[in-house]
Design a protein around this ligand. Structure first.
Ligand code: RAM
Length: 484
């Protein structure tokens, strides 16, 4: 089967479109210690080349330079020597290169950048740099971007940045971030696919990603691995994230619901079903799923309630989808859903506090729990509105840290019909990034705390991150900003 899934994935390999960004400047003369900064005018992903020539006589030794690719202007002056993050420093986009001869120099690696900073470290004499060309690459077909009408200027800007984020993450697969980790994760795939349906509408790339995950290995509980690598060779990731495994099921259901492609759904049905059933193996003695969930990069978050919500949310979408396709198994899952919701309400809801505060999560109060209990259908209507808004407005609740989790906050607000509040939230989070000068949306965003990083150092954060591109989905799907 693995070979078959990989073959299907290859059949849906998207074409990479290239575009040259040419920076027209007079040759710049630089000596040792000098620095030159190129502004590409927007965030791009691709390959960089330039020309080096001599000024006062032939250069008889290599010119050593540091070339730094910066996604935002804050990176231009960062000191990389004091990097203290937990992820490998080699993700920091800086190369020390030695240019041996005058001529055009093509840098071989792919970068994500708005700014390029060149510093001359050693050289026998001054050199001149010119002909800066950045060849941007993406599998998004910008000519096919679905046109739409929007009257709210702020939301229009947000939409533009969201589309740019998606475009730059759309490569051979939906990458999570073109600077880091440059791979396919289920949680990111789901959100990119949703945004893609309302923008570039490239269903082949979604199909490719779904087949690639089908070709990966399962853990002893039957869950799907959270990420994979596919270029130059296919390698299954090694981290099992139990909520991501469920989000594979959601991604397949979304795909079918959007495209109506029954053949692919049927092909991947058993993969999704095994992920759905794997959740049974995560249940504790109370019948609540437990263990190994991600939810958000939020330090100190207790996430049992939220994970249960994701389980119920997935089960619900799964039931709705397989019902449409007349699968008789729907009865089994509908029963699980009903029972699951009852158990969740009984065990996780605190009537006195009118909140999802419980012993399973050490009595921690979080927006995450409220959001996922709403999305899981454990509470609804006016009660749910109060529960969610209280959690969002409380000074004591733990708040989301990533636009990934912010996405599900907006989703929960819209599910409850709180459209204005959803719009406000989008403007607060993603609008905040736009106000900070974002060309693309960041992996992590905590208002008023730009230095926050779950990895121990802000410098390693990805500033063009796929899971942050979803305002375009909400804006376009629900017509936000249209009725002014
Ligand atoms: C990080 C990346 C990625 C995400 C995982 C869980 O490595 O931000 O996008 O899906 O975490």
């Amino acid at each position: 089967m693995k070979e078959y899934f990989l073959k299907k994935a290859e059949e849906n390999l998207p074409e990479i479109k290239k575009k040259e960004i040419v920076i027209n400047v007079e040759p710049i003369t630089l000596g040792v210690g000098d620095t030159y900064i190129i502004d590409l005018g927007n965030h791009h992903v691709g390959y960089f080349s330039f020309k080096m020539w001599y000024v006062d006589g032939y250069i008889d030794a290599p010119v050593r330079m540091a070339v730094r690719f910066c996604e935002t202007n804050t990176e231009i002056d960062d000191d990389y020597s004091d990097y203290k993050g937990g992820l490998c420093a080699s993700w920091l986009q800086e190369e020390i290169i030695n240019v041996d001869f005058p001529g055009v120099y093509n840098m071989p690696r792919r970068y994500a950048a708005r700014y390029i900073k060149i510093s001359i470290i050693s050289a026998p004499k001054a050199c001149a740099l010119s002909d800066f060309v950045f060849e941007s690459v993406t599998s998004a077909d910008v000519d096919k971007l679905i046109p739409f009408d929007i009257r709210d200027l702020k939301l229009e800007k947000i939409d533009k940045v969201a589309v740019n984020t998606l475009k730059n993450c759309m490569q051979r697969v939906f990458e999570d971030g073109p600077k880091r980790d440059r791979r396919l994760w289920i949680g990111d795939l789901r959100l990119e696919a949703l945004a893609n349906y309302y923008t570039f509408n490239n269903s082949e790339i979604v199909k490719r990603c779904l087949y690639l995950f089908a070709a990966t290995e399962r853990n002893d509980k039957g869950a799907i691995v959270s990420h994979l690598y596919e270029n130059p060779i296919f390698v299954s990731g090694d981290w099992y994230i139990s909520d991501y495994s469920l989000l594979y099921v959601c991604s397949l259901c979304d795909y079918y619901n959007h495209t109506g492609d029954e053949e692919t759904f049927k092909d991947l049905y058993s993969v999704a079903r095994s992920a759905m059933d794997a959740a049974e193996n995560y249940k504790d003695d109370y019948g609540i799923v437990d263990g190994g969930a991600f939810i958000d990069w939020c330090p100190g978050l207790y996430n049992k309630t939220a994970f249960e919500g994701i389980y119920l949310y997935t089960l619900d979408l799964w039931c709705q989808t397989i019902k449409k396709l007349n699968y008789t198994e729907v009865d089994i899952y509908s029963k699980r859903l009903e029972e699951g919701r009852n158990i969740a309400f009984e065990m996780l809801f605190n009537k006195e506090k009118n909140a999802f505060i419980n012993k399973f999560d050490e009595n921690q109060y979080s927006v995450h729990s409220a959001v996922w209990m709403v999305l899981g259908g454990v509470v609804s209507g006016e009660d749910a509105k109060k529960i969610l808004l209280n959690a969002l407005d409380s000074e004591d609740s733990v708040k989301p840290k990533t636009p990934y989790m912010h996405h599900y906050v907006v989703d929960a607000l819209i599910t409850l019909g709180l459209i204005e509040r959803a719009e406000e939230y989008i403007k607060y989070i993603w609008g905040g990034m736009v106000d900070d000068g974002a060309d693309t949306f960041f992996e992590i965003y905590v208002p008023n705390n730009p230095d926050f990083s779950p990895y121990g150092d802000r410098k390693i954060n990805s500033m063009c991150h796929a899971w942050s591109c979803t305002p375009t989905y909400f804006i376009r799907k629900y017509g936000l900003g249209y009725d002014l």
